[in-house]
Write a protein that binds this ligand. Structure first.
Ligand code: B4P
Length: 192
């Protein structure tokens, strides 16, 4: 089993790269952003609660997100592994994920941290907002999302550095180029 965390600020390409990773390595994709957006679209009680945070560019409370992940792991007992996209986003989420995976004897193998400049992040998210109409891709909300990232999510990288599982990857350049760098890191572990 191979468990990968794809880590990075909003707009760094986690969702984009996850699509290529799933195709090549047949991992199960768990994107907390996608799950939350689907709850919002279906107007479930969880979605209505989450929307209040997402529309302001704030993180959804840990207990909500951790509960979602726990159910997803239970739904998929026999798999090659998971790709965690946009999770964990706080140190409390990282600790909870370690506990859940330890319980299953399948720890995280690799954390890839996508490195993209703030200027490029804003540019990407604003242009996505223009076509997708995503309510959190407006200029004011993007500023909040990046603030939340620095305050609550960046410390997750420090958490993983202590386990020596974190590798930084350049997230700027063509999508295929970035995927080449990501694949090289995964292959070196799978083939080791
Ligand atoms: P998410 O849906 O996770 O994510 P995202 O921040 O939009 O970014 P991602 O990095 O996946 O970017 P993408 O590939 O789409 O989160 C949304 C919200 O959900 C959060 O703000 C929060 O409220 C909530 N949430 C989610 N998870 C949570 C958690 N664990 N805890 C609490 N709250 C949580 O790429 C962005 C754009 O860039 C796209 O338009 C793409 O086409 C473009 N792009 C990608 N790669 C490119 C490249 N190499 N060159 C040029 N453009 C590129």
């Amino acid at each position: 089993m191979f468990n990968l965390v794809l880590f990075g600020p909003p707009g760094s390409g986690k969702g984009t790269q996850s699509n290529s990773i799933i195709d090549k390595y047949k991992l199960i994709h768990i994107s907390t952003g996608d799950i939350l957006r689907s709850e919002v679209n279906n107007e479930t009680p969880l979605g209505l609660e989450a929307k209040k945070y997402m529309d302001q560019g704030m993180l959804v409370p840990d207990e909500v997100v951790i509960g979602m992940i726990s159910s997803k792991l239970d739904e998929n007992p026999q798999v090659n592994g998971f790709i965690f996209d946009g999770f964990p986003r706080t140190v409390a989420q990282a600790e909870a994920l370690d506990n859940l995976l330890d319980f299953k004897n399948n720890p995280i193998n690799l954390v890839l941290s996508l490195q993209v400049s703030e200027e490029e992040l804003k540019k990407r998210l604003i242009s996505r907002g223009e076509v997708s109409g995503r309510s959190d891709d407006t200029e004011a909300v993007i500023v909040n999302r990046i603030k939340e990232y620095h305050a609550k999510t960046a410390p997750v990288a420090e958490y993983y550095k202590t386990t020596e599982k974190l590798i930084e990857v350049k997230g700027e350049g063509e999508v295929d180029q970035v995927f080449g760098l990501i694949s090289a890191q995964i292959d070196s572990l799978i083939e080791a």
